[in-house]
Design a protein around this ligand. Structure first.
Ligand SMILES: [Zn+2]
Length: 231
């Protein structure tokens, strides 16, 4: 579930519970839930017909991630381990780039924004991206299965959102997080769902483009395996 709410004056916020989405996925190591939450929160800011694709390419113990999400509540994610080690003071992603591609139907050139990973920790690096691209004070809290993104509305930049984050962190539900921020006026509520767009045709196209040994092609998002079609 994703809820968008505001406090009537200075703050707007999005909060998500990704339990249902995680339950629909084949398996999910711990950092994975943060990717799903981050994508679902970011997608809450999109106009209804847009879709986003968040990508991390990095050299840490985690090596890459791909998250697709849209305003309707769809989210899917995949991640892959890296070959690096944890460096002093840096998070598991190490060094690399976080990019976000936003696509609209019928738009030839998608919007693309990108930042270098500052810390190697997903939460900090994602909020760094959000502040860079939106240019307004924002904060991000990601728990085990609930998370919250809060922005100070332009004109109210003096509001110190950090003061309230301690309370937000203690909450176990999206509504609890929003209430802790004082954002009790709900603007939108959408169920989140996992949906994959893979198909035999796409698997065949991949094999045609990149070649493959004779083994099956496995979708990195949902784990479905497609056998090579012999024609
Ligand atoms: Zn799939």
């Amino acid at each position: 579930m994703r809820i968008k709410a505001w406090n009537g004056s200075s703050l707007r916020a999005w909060a998500v519970d990704v339990t249902d989405v995680l339950n629909m996925m084949p398996e999910y190591p711990a950092p994975f839930s943060h990717l799903v939450m981050g994508g679902a929160l970011l997608a809450g800011m999109l106009p209804p017909d847009e879709r986003l694709n968040l990508q991390i390419v990095s050299d840490g113990v985690l090596g890459g991630a791909l998250v697709d999400a849209d305003a309707s509540g769809m989210v899917r994610a995949s991640m892959r381990p890296g070959e690096g080690k944890i460096l002093d003071g840096r998070g598991p992603w190490g060094q690399g780039t976080l990019s976000v591609l936003r696509t609209k139907p019928y738009q030839a050139v998608p919007y693309r924004g990108s930042v270098a990973l500052e810390t190697g920790f997903f939460t900090q690096d994602l909020i760094h991206y959000i502040v860079q691209s939106e240019q307004i004070p924002s904060a991000l809290v990601l728990g085990a299965k609930v998370g919250c993104l809060v922005q100070v509305i332009p004109g109210a930049e003096d509001f110190l959102v950090e003061d309230r984050l301690g309370d937000v962190l203690k909450q176990e539900t999206p509504l609890g997080m929003l209430t802790a921020l004082g954002c009790t006026q709900v603007l939108e509520e959408v169920p989140l769902y996992f949906a994959c767009t893979c198909s035999q045709e796409k698997a065949d196209a991949l094999v045609a483009q990149f070649g493959s040994d004779d083994g099956p092609v496995t979708c990195e998002f949902c784990g479905t395996s497609y056998l090579k079609t012999h024609s």
